[in-house]
Design a protein around this ligand. Structure first.
Ligand code: ADP
Ligand code: ZN
Length: 750
């Protein structure tokens, strides 16, 4: 026994910040040790301080840097096979390195919640329908067309299919039961993995559309590169049929018995996208997102990991899903900021998809009508392949734009007369109008008419937003709520005025202007309850003419065939944002909103209300298009050494104590600047430490906030600096009043 112990050291990754791998002795007292072969990728239970943690075995070695008598034995082995394949562990290692986190923290992202604890891996139970082999399909006469179709599907699948696959294919449980009653099929609850995705023929149920030339080129080029790392930017205008390209590429991938991973920004927002995938293939489509219960998520993860699921659609965290036969990654709406996690481990699923694709040697498709400047830059530089879809298929046309100069307009209820006339006209034609306003609530602020006092959040440096239903003031940064005051807290004047308009107010104003029209409001407040969004989306399809009003939730990927007019109420703020990405994000929003209109035979129109009609950015975007706009922006970024021409890291710190915050962040800034000053003169120019400066919202949830921006034209330098400083920083966070975060490639500077 002693010999065994000294010969084998287990290197284990634990989900602990700033922790390299830890060494453990095998668990000698566990009978597991004798019966189970131990492999990297299995979960272990190990002691850590006073706690017992789940860790992942990374490697088995003969050497350790610790004195052997200091090593503790592991407690037990939780799995009898690897839960994480080697290639995924390699991927996680790269992610950990890139974001300067411990491997254990990243590996936990690849496990469903249930497996982050001691629970053992179990094949989730699944209801299968099995063909009764004693029955000869040809001799059956008295079944309906649908029933026949079910029997054929089962036969094609070697006699058995999970119920959810059949449901996806459009068959109901009742139809299945009816067949069962006649003993043609029977139900079987299976726990063991029996049918893998590779074992049956993924049939296409819905006929693919005949492709346009551009679509066909895109499909062909991807298929040709199916066995290589092939990053491709698919820049296709709104409604140009990118999804159809994905579908046909995926069809090819699954026929090769490979799995397809599709990331979309937010699943609940666009159920239509998921339905299109489910309608097309009989291969199991697994949908993974944050609204699932832990059990559902586990079942999904299991099917992906075991190769049962052929098509996996999910949000950003899905980039960590183990997929034994990954054949392609598709990132739809790649410009969307939802791909960047904004707390804890701040990874970008889009960027990591490229790393994963490179490791797996497969195509990675980034699709968008408004590509991020980063991706566009890579494409223009030739780092990514570049494919465009410039037209909408068939009779669909891109909408026209019209800028409305608000300085010259009489304004009623926030709408110019021109807009009102257009809305009227559109409704008369029995078509729908989409109104976009990026502000939820009734009014963004409320002020005293007499002394000008504006109601602020008690805990943040932010205005309180007035809400109508329920009537209250809300802070959109910390969720603090209070009753609407009846008088000014400063001067006691009873007259308080709601300033500006949010979606609630706009809805009321529109209803008074168009009392006969159905108005459907879609924002975070109107969609809070489960299923409320799908109900609202369903309502939209039920009316010929209607006004849809909403925040950017309405702008994302929806297909509303009867919308022909889009009105953008107030976009000016976006063009004057302090964030260097402000204009990029605003331009993307304008095009995405306008892209919701004119998606069937009738041409659409987009009205943009603005007080700055001559703003050069707006002019370029409207008259020359997104490509030219993007090229101008890239030029500007290059001049100012901003991403994608440089790399950024945002160091943010917060503390309840203002003095502690300033003392610490000043010290950190000084350390970093001193380190830069030790570099050779020729190298100093490549890296710059900017700040400290107060965060845009200086106080949030009673904490003061400050930040440092590190900018470098050399990615390695930047990472080197962070690497050197991390140990100091971890030391600092032992101080209770001081909390910090590092955001590599930040998207947001709040
Ligand atoms: P995107 O994803 O680029 O916004 P979609 O894939 O949603 O565009 O396509 C918009 C509409 O065009 C959909 O209704 C789709 O069915 C239709 N469509 C896509 N490709 C074709 C095609 N080749 N022929 C006819 N219609 C198409
Ligand atoms: Zn607040």
């Amino acid at each position: 026994m002693m010999i065994l112990i000294t010969k084998r050291i287990w290197h284990v990754a634990l989900p602990i910040p700033n922790q390299a791998l830890l060494d453990y002795l095998p668990c000698p007292c566990s009978p597991d040790w004798y019966v189970k072969p131990v492999e990297p990728g299995m979960r272990l239970l190990v002691p850590y301080g006073h706690r017992i943690l789940v860790g992942i075995l990374i490697s088995i070695k003969t050497k350790t840097n610790c004195p052997i008598n200091k090593l503790k034995p592991a407690i037990s082995i939780l799995d009898d096979q690897c839960v994480l394949p080697k290639i995924l562990m390699t991927f996680c290692m790269q992610v950990a390195q890139y974001y300067h986190r411990s491997l254990g923290e990243v590996l936990m992202l690849a496990l469903p919640k249930k497996l982050r604890t001691e629970s053992t891996i179990k094949h989730p139970e699944q209801c299968y329908w099995v063909l009764n082999h004693q029955i000869d399909l040809h001799s059956i006469k008295i079944v309906s067309k649908t029933q026949k179709a079910i029997l054929v599907q089962l036969k094609n699948a070697h006699g058995a299919l999970p119920e959810y696959c059949l449901k996806q294919a459009g068959f109901s449980r009742e139809q299945l039961k009816r067949l069962a009653k006649r003993l043609y099929i029977y139900q079987d609850i299976r726990r063991e993995k029996i049918l893998s995705f590779y074992e049956y023929n993924p049939a296409i149920i819905e006929t693919p559309l005949p492709l346009t030339q551009e679509q066909e080129d895109a499909v062909n080029i991807i298929i040709k590169q199916a066995h290589h790392f092939f990053p491709l930017l698919l820049y296709g205008v709104t409604g140009s049929g990118k999804t159809e390209v994905y579908l046909q590429v995926i069809s090819h991938v699954i026929h090769q018995k490979k799995q397809a991973l599709i990331l979309i920004p937010e699943i609940s927002l666009t159920p239509q996208t998921v339905q299109r995938f489910q309608k097309r293939f009989s291969a199991p489509v697994m949908v993974l997102h944050s609204k699932l219960s832990d059990t559902e998520r586990y079942a999904g993860w299991y099917q992906a990991q075991s190769g049962t699921a052929g098509i996996i659609i999910g949000t950003r965290s899905c980039i960590f899903t183990p997929l034994p036969a990954l054949g392609i990654i598709i990132i739809d709406e790649e410009h969307d900021t939802a791909y960047k996690q904004q707390d804890n481990l701040r990874y970008s699923a889009r960027d990591m998809a490229l790393i994963r694709g490179k490791q797996a040697n497969i195509p990675v498709i980034l699709g968008s009508a408004t590509p991020s400047l980063e991706s566009l830059h890579h494409a223009l530089q030739g780092h990514y392949h570049y494919q465009t879809l410039t037209v909408r298929p068939g009779k669909m046309q891109l909408p026209d734009f019209k800028i409305i100069d608000m300085r010259k307009q009489t304004v009623q209820a926030g709408l110019s007369n021109i807009a009102i006339t257009h809305i009227h006209h559109t409704l008369l034609q029995k078509q729908q109008v989409l109104i976009f306003l990026n502000q939820r609530g009734y009014a963004p602020s409320i002020l005293c008419e007499s002394c000008g006092h504006i109601m602020m959040c008690r805990h943040c440096d932010a205005y309180m937003t007035l809400h109508f239903k329920p009537a209250q003031l809300q802070c959109h940064h910390c969720s603090y709520m209070q009753c609407v005051p009846t008088q000014c807290p400063d001067c006691k004047n009873p007259k308080l005025i709601a300033q500006g308009a949010g979606t609630e107010r706009a809805e009321q104003m529109l209803q008074s202007l168009f009392p006969q029209t159905t108005i459907i409001r879609i924002d975070r407040d109107s969609t809070q309850k489960k299923n409320s969004l799908s109900q609202l989306l369903h309502q939209i399809t039920q009316h010929q003419s209607a006004i849809l009003i909403g925040t950017q939730m309405l702008a994302k990927g929806h297909h509303f065939p009867n919308v022909t007019l889009a009105v953008i109420l107030n976009i000016d703020r976006g063009f004057f944002s302090t964030d260097f990405r402000g204009e990029e994000k605003t331009a993307q929003l304008i095009l995405q909103v306008s892209g919701r209109s004119g998606r069937s035979e009738k041409k659409g129109l987009t009205l943009i209300q603005t007080y700055k009609p001559d703003h050069p950015t707006l002019q370029t975007l409207i008259h020359q298009g997104y490509s030219d706009f993007a090229k101008q922006q890239l030029h500007y970024r290059k001049m100012h050494h901003l991403p994608p021409y440089s790399y950024l890291t945002l160091f943010s710190a917060e503390s309840v104590d203002y003095a502690t915050l300033n003392r610490q962040i000043n010290a950190i800034a000084q350390w970093m600047k001193d380190w830069v000053s030790t570099l050779k003169t020729s190298e100093k120019q490549f890296i710059q430490v900017i700040g400290p400066m107060p965060s845009p919202i200086e106080k949030r949830q009673n904490k003061y906030r400050s930040q440092l921006l590190i900018q470098s034209t050399q990615r390695n330098r930047l990472h080197q600096l962070i690497h050197i400083f991390l140990p100091h920083l971890y030391q600092l966070s032992r101080k209770k009043k001081f909390h910090w975060t590092i955001d590599i490639d930040p998207q947001d500077f709040l």
